[in-house]
Ligand binder design. Structure first.
Ligand SMILES: Nc1ncnc2c1ncn2[C@@H]1O[C@H](COP(=O)(O)OP(=O)(O)OP(=O)(O)O)[C@@H](O)[C@H]1O
Length: 578
């Protein structure tokens, strides 16, 4: 609720104007019964045609003006609701960019998507309903009571009793509907997760012939959701006839008691029609409000879920006093006694790591699955903060420079090749918005992607589907490498980025990289020895510790872990031992 209040405070004038329009709308709505009463009493009963015409015209004008005011109010309400959605989505997006990977994972992708889409839509729709249906209700109720009292104080008890009965019904309705509304919103998260998994994992589901199991899983989830919605609708099904009964009783009471007053000549006959209309109108607005109010627990549940994300204090934040990296420093990345443990893990994933990546040199990191290679890359980018030691970029602790500067100075190719929808050129320009087509071509040539891009009909303007699914694994990897190369940076990190390339392309790419990257430090993480055997230094990781550092030939002699990997992958001749 805090963020909604914050937003509404910034839109005070607009809100005040909407309330003012609601006031006029309520007044205008109540004017119609007033004119009807007057037409009956002064025109029809007295057979005075000019009065009928004159009051009829006044009535027409009042109805027309009220309609225009209502239209204006609706327009502003829709605007306010759209702006609320925009504000909340922008805030959520900004926050999602600040959260650490751990914090993001804690919320979960499916839930994050539901919060940014469905939850905000619920808030927007409920806001429109509140401003249009709930806001005028107290104004109409008070004005109707006052106007009824003006006609006859004796008849005031009828709308008051009607309202009292109505509130009793509402109280029980709320008690039953609120928990169901809250449950429905929670179930939406589960529905989204199941739908997302069954769409993203469609290939695996089909490959494992798991369709029946998935169908049952989604059926159960959808049924649970539907059952809750049915329960809510049933509750309302009982509500509607009750309210209509109250309205009918109120009308009968007005005619009964009003008729008696007319016979005693205390009020005129037209007044009965006015009081009936006031009573019905008040109860109708109350009924609409009640229907909207049932959505409020759902809206507050959505607001709470958004607030939960926005209130997270990102664990990785820039220091209050930051310094700039020393661009002349040749020691591009330094790990000094680095120890890192993932939250919740018992053992450190990396322990007491020391190494240096120098300008113009290629540092390779090799090791078995789960030995901590990708974690090293993540730590360089400060996706996690280390518990012990220091990581330096150009001589400065990465916690002392801004995250923006750090990530500006490192160009990174992730292990899992990911492309965004758009064109190839859009994707390549991610790290350098103003890169010329020549720059794109050059990067693609180094990444061995130029020839396949040129073979496409639209070349660099060829469309990339969502997540790059219209490209093969190897093509995606080459495009991701080209994307990283377009960005000029003193440090390049390739996290297992050559794994989907054939040996020939891998070799051609490494040759081109060596030639082009003389001014930068290059870090290549790999599982294949052939990818890294000509690196200037190779770091061998074994269960989070450095088992050896040196060149290929040195490690063959000194590091048993490396020798084991080499023996399993290369022939004697390939390993350079003969
Ligand atoms: N977000 C995480 N939370 C907890 N543990 C993690 C997380 N990411 C990785 N790990 C654990 O840290 C260890 C090292 O993972 P890492 O991804 O760095 O290994 P890797 O050497 O790159 O493996 P691979 O070659 O299979 O990609 C693994 O045991 C893994 O289970």
């Amino acid at each position: 609720m805090k963020y909604l209040i914050q937003f509404l405070q910034s839109k005070k004038k607009m809100l005040a104007f909407i309330i003012l329009l609601a006031l006029f709308q309520s007044f205008g709505t109540l004017m119609v019964p007033y004119f009807v009463a007057k037409i009956i009493d002064k025109g029809i009963l007295e057979k005075n045609v000019p009065v009928i015409i004159s009051i009829g015209l006044q009535m027409l004008a009042a109805a027309g003006i009220t309609a225009l005011i209502t239209l204006w109010g609706s327009y502003l309400c829709a605007d306010l609701s759209a702006l609320t959605g925009k504000y909340m989505r922008e805030k959520l997006f900004d926050k999602s960019q600040q959260l650490s990977i751990k914090e993001f994972n804690h919320i979960g992708t499916a839930s994050m998507i539901t919060r940014a889409t469905g939850d905000i839509t619920v808030i927007q729709q409920t806001m429109i309903m509140i401003t249009q249906m709930v806001l005028p209700t107290p104004l109409i109720a008070v004005a109707a009571i006052v106007m009824t009292a003006g006609i006859s104080p004796d008849l005031v008890y009828i709308p008051l009793t009607g309202m009292l009965l109505f509130f009793i019904v509402i109280f029980f309705l709320f008690k039953k509907a609120s928990p169901i509304s809250k449950t429905i919103q929670k179930r939406v998260d589960v529905v989204n997760r199941i739908v997302r998994e069954s769409i993203v994992g469609i290939r695996v589901i089909r490959a494992f012939d798991n369709t029946e199991y998935e169908k049952k899983r989604s059926d159960d989830t959808f049924t649970e959701y539907a059952n809750n919605v049915i329960r809510l609708n049933r509750t309302f099904a009982a509500f509607n006839p009750l309210v209509w009964a109250i309205m009918g009783l109120a009308m009968a009471a007005v005619v009964w008691f009003g008729g008696d007053l007319v016979l005693r000549q205390t009020i005129q006959i037209g007044s009965i029609s006015a009081v009936t209309e006031y009573t019905i109108m008040t109860l109708m607005f109350l009924m609409m409000s009640a229907m909207v109010l049932v959505y409020i627990p759902r809206m507050t549940a959505c607001l709470d879920r958004i607030q939960e994300v926005l209130d997270i204090n990102p664990e990785i934040a820039d220091a209050t006093e930051v310094c700039e990296a020393d661009t002349d420093n040749q020691n591009k990345i330094t790990f000094q006694n680095v120890t890192f443990t993932y939250k919740g893990a018992e053992e450190p994933v990396l322990e007491d790591m020391n190494f240096l990546c120098e300008q113009g040199k290629t540092t390779a990191i090799i090791g078995g699955t789960g030995s901590g290679k990708s974690t090293v890359a993540a730590l360089m980018l400060r996706l996690y903060d280390i518990q012990k030691g220091q990581i330096l970029l150009e001589g400065k602790d990465i916690r002392d420079i801004t995250q923006h500067e750090l990530r500006e100075r490192i160009s990174y190719v992730p292990q899992k090749a990911f492309l965004f929808s758009g064109t190839i050129a859009d994707n390549l320009r991610m790290g350098k918005k103003d890169a010329t087509i020549e720059e794109l071509r050059k990067a693609a040539e180094i990444a061995q992607a130029d020839s396949f891009i040129n073979s496409l009909e639209a070349g660099y303007d060829s469309p990339v589907a969502q997540a790059g699914i219209n490209f093969s694994g190897g093509q995606k990897q080459r495009l991701c490498i080209a994307r990283a190369l377009v960005k000029k940076a003193p440090v390049y990190v390739f996290d297992d980025s050559f794994s989907a390339l054939d040996f020939k392309t891998d070799a051609a790419l490494r040759g081109a990289l060596k030639h082009e990257m003389r001014e930068s430090a290059v870090v290549i993480i790999a599982q294949r020895i052939s990818t890294i055997m000509d690196a200037d230094q190779i770091i061998v990781l074994d269960a989070g510790s450095i088992a050896g550092v040196g060149t290929h030939q040195e490690l063959l002699k000194t590091c048993s872990v490396y020798k084991e990997i080499a023996d399993s992958q290369l022939t004697e001749k390939e390993a350079g031992r003969v």
